[in-house]
Structure formats: structure tokens, C-alpha cells
Design a protein around this ligand. Structure first.
Ligand code: FPP
Length: 281
């Protein structure tokens, strides 16, 4: 059974270690990060806070390219530039956790040419951006079925994770070949085999223990999920973890996403009243 570390348990019972000062707009100081304790989150949410964890569904690359008469790959290339802008904006904002949906398990159904373009972009991203991410204090992780990628990409993913393991300024998680239903099914399989092997008592399999089998074990749940391109759905992204996330849908195609959009989404989050099932103030 995966060890439920004291750090994870503490995150549920005490003020989050992620609480560091941040700014939501120039000159306006707010406490960044919210405790994983739902009651504490509710209090913090009512005074307006920076989310500890922002997750983003980057959508609209194809439409961006089409509207310019360009091939889809041009949209993905511009989308990769937007990822760079996003990471810089996230660091400046004080957000501690950022998770981006770069390739879904369903994306493998796209034409072979587009998959080649996307995996080629990923390869280039891993080889060109990692040094900068390392210098900027970014810790990088990947979630999803990495075994479906070519071996050289799998090696680059592992190297990116181990090269940045000491960083803590921003925790960047890139979802690749990721699907939430597959993640939950894999967690259920792992929990079942732990029970069969006698390493876990079925009666102990509550929400917190189950989360320790997910790909996101040890990470806080996303407080804010942003989707670009005007579509309003989660598309199999972080379904378990999104239980209490605030959703913000932006009418901008991903390649046009910039710091102003990110700041606007943070401002929208700060205006939301988060109650986590409790009654309002
Ligand atoms: C959705 O747009 C976007 C994707 C499926 C790929 C996302 C990839 C990137 C942003 C660039 C690569 C990122 C990294 C980290 C290397 P879509 O193609 O579904 O657009 P559409 O809905 O307009 O067709």
C-alpha cells in the first residue's frame, strides 16, 4: 500500500504549507494558497485568495490555426509558446501548483500526422525548456500513461522530473496521455490488489486512502480549473480532484492566452464564494 505520509495527512488538518504571500493584482497582497481543510478553505475563499492550484484545459489550437488558414500544427506550436507565457505568469502570480492538460488519452485517436506533430513538439519542448524551468525553480511532474510514448520521450520525461526534483517555486504537472476515468480505474485496481495482498484493510479504504493511489497523490486538489476556447466541459480531466474546483471558461483560443487572461481568471476566482457544501455566510 502506498504510504500516506504525515505531510499529506497534515495537509488536511493544518494550515497548508503552501501558504505563501502572493499578489492577485499589482499592489494587492493576498494570502496565497488555501488549506486542504474544507472549513478553512471556505473561510479563506470568502475573503478572496489566490488559488494554491490552478489547472488548465488548453483548448482551441486547431481553431486558432484554421481561422488564419494555417495547418493545425501551427496552432499547437503557438500553443507551446502560450505554455511558456503561462508558466512565467504563474510564477509571477505566486500560484504554487499548475497543472496543464497537454494530451488526453482520447487525443491518440487524432490523425497520425497530427500525433506526430504533437509528440514532436513535446520532444522539442522537453529538450529546450527544461534548462529554463530548472533555473526558474520549477519542479516538473507528468501524469498519464507515459508508456504509450516513444522510449526517447519516456526517458526525457523521467530526466525532466529527476532534474527538477529539488525545485519548489512552482509545481508544474503536465498531463500527457491522461484520462481521469483511466486514472480512477487504475487507482481502483491498485487498491484492490493491495487489499488482496493483505497490505490494506478494505474498511480503511476511504477517500484519503483512495487518493493516495491516484496519479496526483500528495498534490492539493485544483482550486481553479480554467478552460479556454469557449467550450464548457471537463473532457475527462481531473474528475476526482475537481470535486470542489471553481470553473472558469474563457472565450480565448489557447494560442492567444496571455498573462492578462490568467490574472482575470485569478480575479474571478477571488470573487467566488466557496462553501464546500456548507451553508453561506
Ligand atoms: C487542444 O486544442 C489542444 C491540444 C490537444 C494540445 C495541447 C498542446 C499544446 C498547448 C502545445 C504543446 C504543449 C506542450 C507542453 C509541449 P485542439 O487541437 O483540440 O483545438 P480545436 O478544439 O480548436 O480543434
Amino acid at each position: 500500500m502506498p504510504v500516506i505520509t504525515q505531510r499529506v495527512i497534515d495537509a488536511y488538518d493544518q494550515p497548508s504549507p503552501l501558504m505563501t504571500p502572493g499578489v492577485i493584482a499589482p499592489g494587492v497582497l493576498v494570502p496565497a494558497g488555501v488549506s486542504q481543510n474544507p472549513a478553512a478553505k471556505a473561510v479563506a475563499g470568502s475573503v478572496g485568495v489566490l488559488p494554491a492550484h490552478v489547472a488548465i484545459i488548453m483548448d482551441g489550437n486547431g481553431r486558432w490555426a484554421k481561422s488564419r488558414g494555417l495547418p493545425r500544427v501551427a496552432g499547437h506550436r503557438e500553443g507551446a509558446r502560450a505554455v511558456r507565457r503561462l508558466v512565467e505568469a504563474a510564477i509571477r502570480s505566486g500560484v504554487s501548483w499548475l497543472t496543464i492538460y497537454a494530451f488526453s488519452s482520447e487525443n491518440w485517436r487524432r490523425p497520425a500526422g497530427e500525433i506526430l506533430d504533437l509528440t514532436g513538439l513535446l520532444r522539442r519542448y522537453l529538450r529546450t525548456e527544461i534548462e529554463e524551468l530548472k533555473r526558474s525553480g520549477v519542479r516538473i511532474r507528468f501524469i498519464g500513461d507515459r508508456a504509450r510514448f516513444d522510449r526517447d520521450i519516456q526517458a526525457d520525461l523521467a530526466a525532466a522530473e529527476s532534474d527538477t526534483v529539488g525545485n519548489s517555486k512552482l509545481n508544474l504537472t503536465i498531463a500527457l496521455s491522461y484520462g481521469a476515468r483511466a486514472e480512477i480505474a487504475a487507482a481502483a485496481r491498485a487498491a484492490a490488489s493491495a487489499i488482496c495482498a493483505g497490505r490494506l484493510d478494505a474498511d480503511d479504504l476511504g477517500e484519503t486512502v483512495f487518493e493516495s493511489f491516484l496519479a496526483t497523490a500528495g498534490m492539493p486538489d485544483p482550486d481553479l480549473i480554467i478552460r479556454t476556447s469557449g467550450e464548457q466541459r471537463l473532457s475527462n480531466f481531473l474528475l476526482w480532484q475537481a470535486a470542489y474546483a471553481e470553473l472558469v471558461f474563457l472565450d480565448v483560443l489557447w494560442p492567444d492566452f496571455d498573462e492578462a487572461h490568467f490574472t482575470a481568471a485569478l480575479a474571478e476566482f477571488s470573487r467566488r464564494e466557496r462553501r464546500f457544501g456548507a451553508s453561506g455566510s
